[in-house]
Design a protein around this ligand. Structure first.
Ligand code: SF4
Length: 363
């Protein structure tokens, strides 16, 4: 068995490490390129969500490279994610690929179902070995998220453009190759030092922007046109509303204990939206309210073209913006998105935020 997985930002690093720790032969999907997108678009339904198309491209490239088993997440709720894996499996079979697909469904109050599926994947591993591998993967994800959050603070203040991104890549590698919790802690300690050593102007007055939207678009830099790097290098401090470690804590740990997280976000969203609409639509509204309360200069909302939960959020955000006094811009992205138009709109938005800040200061 040669197993592969879809790309999803730095989660792919943790997934690769987990599968290797479980003793599996892993075939990483090649990095996302224009070819990946073209393959995914060519072989997906036209109105499928952009993340489905990118993952289709990942799977085709990984199967071409020798993978014969795909591990994919399942989903529930009023959005198309619930049948992504099935659609992808049928299309790939029609294309003539011979493979198995293992779908990891989110636990509906039962963490054991997910763990059983993982155990099934790696038959000869003992329970303690499986649990140890899962725990190491969790530590790795948390370390990567911690480092990522730090880069978002450092990048807008860097003296040399690109130096934070370079330091981050350097810092990430040892976390990816660490094989134990102690090694991960050490790699995180060193990585934090590397990123903090980037020469910066900490007196610089920077704009603060909250990033909200659909989880794949937030986490996968290729899909969001590297928005965090672009904004950071324009001198903007970005705060990401979603980290994969938060998602795991909420959807895998708390939900399996019958507890619900993100109460604060849902409470903040309540005057505008008070029920689940699928994906992260509810959170996009609530997080925008919270960013306004925390005094952020603006919010950037990112969604894949045709994403229903985020279209609901997008229709509500102008009211939130007006009533909460926070400028919001939405980017609906897919394979047609052009970088030039994207940058122009971002620059115009930043101009507006800067003018607004000057006006507020002189009032
Ligand atoms: S949240 Fe949006 S993009 Fe993601 S699967 Fe659902 S509809 Fe598609």
């Amino acid at each position: 068995m040669k197993i592969t997985y879809p790309h999803l930002g730095s989660l792919s690093i943790a997934m690769h490490g987990l599968l290797e720790d479980l003793g599996l032969d892993v075939q990483a999907p090649p990095p996302i390129t224009k070819r990946t997108i073209n393959l995914g678009v060519r072989h997906s339904p036209e109105f499928a969500c952009f993340p489905l198309k990118i993952n289709m491209g990942n799977f085709i490239e990984a199967l071409e490279a020798g993978a014969d088993t795909i591990v994919m997440a399942g989903g529930t709720g009023p959005c198309r994610f619930g049948y992504y894996a099935q659609v992808q499996r049928e299309i790939l079979r029609d294309l003539g690929y011979n493979f198995e697909m293992i779908v990891l469904e989110p636990p509906q109050g039962q963490m054991s179902e997910l763990v059983d599926k993982i155990k099934e994947l790696c038959g000869d591993k003992s329970w303690p070995e499986v649990m140890r591998a899962l725990h190491t993967a969790w530590r790795r994800i948390k370390a990567m998220d911690q480092l990522h959050a730090l880069t978002l603070k450092v990048r807008p203040r860097e003296l040399e453009k690109g130096s934070t991104t370079k330091a981050y890549k350097e810092a990430l590698q040892p976390i990816a190759s660490a094989r134990s919790n102690a090694q991960i802690e050490e790699a995180l300690r060193r990585g934090t030092k590397t990123v903090k050593a980037v020469p910066c102007d900490y007196e610089k007055d920077v704009l603060r922007i909250g990033l909200v939207g659909e989880i794949y678009m937030i986490l996968e830099p290729y899909a969001n046109l590297y928005i965090e790097n672009v904004l950071g290098e324009m001198g903007v401090e970005v705060e990401r509303s979603i980290y994969i470690s938060h998602w795991i804590k909420e959807h895998l740990v708390l939900s399996s204990l019958g507890l619900k997280g993100s109460k604060q976000i849902k409470k903040a969203a309540a005057p505008y939206l008070n029920h689940f609409v699928g994906g992260h639509g509810w959170e996009s509204v609530g997080d925008t309210v919270l960013y306004a309360r925390k005094g952020f200069d603006g919010v950037v909302h990112i969604l894949p073209f045709t994403c229903t939960p985020e279209i609901v959020a997008q229709s509500i955000l102008p009211t939130v913006s007006r009533e909460q006094g926070i400028p919001v811009i939405s980017f609906s992205l897919d394979e047609q998105a052009g970088e030039a138009g994207f940058i122009t709109r971002l620059e115009a938005f930043l101009d507006l935020l800067s003018q607004r800040r000057i006006k507020t200061k002189t009032m």
